[in-house]
Design a protein around this ligand. Structure first.
Ligand code: NAD
Length: 304
């Protein structure tokens, strides 16, 4: 992607551009969806065909919901779906101007993936990472293009949330930052800038609160329901911190807390042992249908 992207401010005037998305989980699917709706061609990669297919089904049903609510037309839905193409191998991303990495929040996984990905990409392609917490400079060092590497941190759920944090690594060039900023604005979202500091702005603050809420469960200060109700009605949050933790994914929450804890070497970020236990149990929240709530029935109920 290059400066021309600045030209595209409405769907109709966006020049043909191709975005690669690596990692087709909940964030990758949201990113692919908003890019396709904004008129970009999207190439979608994950470890298996099943995951890519599941992602396409999710996007299909999300767009159907948008049609039924009158947010987009049926034609726009069909057009957006037609723009998303599975990319089983990294070589299928060779025509991409921008590749957004949205794989599991694990530094080793991301570093290995980035190193493997680079040889398949066009030399001018920009890589954006959607990491919630891992230092951009460290991830950039795993690539062959630290100057064309940047943090483009979408919020969950991507189609509903306005903000995208942009985080420059030490080597990120101005042109990369400008292209990322223009891309975010083409999606109709608002960019804020954060320094390359563990968990950046939003998740440093948000995850500290979520971890504290889990400590409150752990120390039996209140039940899961009492804590979420308290924060919904007492702090006017749209959802309680434990509901939010389940939405984010408890493995992702733990990984962010570990990055904060290690990055600042400060015990105030110590992940709550109960969070560790849930992840060890494979109770990762909504994506595994069990976390602080049990989602297997008709209505979510606290799991303890
Ligand atoms: P997820 O578990 O839903 O999806 C991760 C996907 O990455 C899985 O489908 C997995 O198969 C895939 N993957 C793993 N290794 C891969 C590889 N080598 N190549 C291709 N695909 C690979 O996780 P998520 O919630 O979508 O999070 C993805 C990223 O987005 C993480 O970096 C996370 O920190 C960040 N993020 C998450 C949230 C959130 O609320 N969950 C919000 C903002 C940013």
């Amino acid at each position: 992607m290059d400066e021309d992207l600045n030209e595209g401010h409405s769907t109709s005037s966006i020049p043909a551009r191709t975005i690669g998305v690596v990692g087709a989980g909940q964030m990758g699917s949201g990113i692919a969806q908003v890019c396709a709706v904004a008129g970009f061609d999207v190439r979608l990669n994950d470890l298996t065909e099943e995951r890519t297919s599941a992602c396409l089904e999710t996007i299909d049903s999300n767009l159907a919901r948008q049609v039924s609510k009158g947010v987009i037309s049926e034609e726009a839905r069909q057009a957006a779906l037609g723009r998303i193409v599975p990319a089983p191998s990294y070589d299928d991303l060779s025509m991409c101007d921008l590749v957004i990495e949205a794989a599991t929040e694990n530094e080793e996984v991301k570093r290995e993936l980035l190193a493997d990905l680079c040889p398949s990409l066009h030399p001018d392609a920009i890589i954006g990472t959607n990491t919630s917490s891992i230092p951009i400079t460290r991830l950039a060092a795993a690539t062959d293009r630290p100057e064309r590497f940047i943090g483009i941190h979408f919020m969950n759920p991507v189609p509903a949330m306005q903000l995208v944090e942009l985080i420059r690594g030490i080597a990120t060039e101005d042109s990369t930052y400008e292209a990322a900023k223009a891309f975010v604005s083409t999606l109709g979202k608002i960019a804020t800038v954060s320094e390359d500091s563990p968990a950046f702005i939003v998740d440093r603050i948000l995850l500290s609160m979520i971890n504290e809420a889990i400590y409150a469960v752990h120390e039996r200060v209140g039940s899961v329901d009492a804590i979420d109700t308290a924060m919904r009605l007492g702090a006017n949050h749209p959802m309680g911190p434990l509901q939010l933790a389940d939405l984010i994914g408890l493995d992702t929450c733990l990984s962010i807390m570990q990055t904060l804890h290690e990055g600042f070497a400060d015990t105030k970020y110590r992940p709550c042992p109960l969070l560790v236990k849930y992840v060890e149990a494979g109770w990762l929240g909504r994506k595994t249908r069990r976390g602080f709530y049990d989602y297997r029935g008709e209505k979510p109920v606290p799991s303890r």
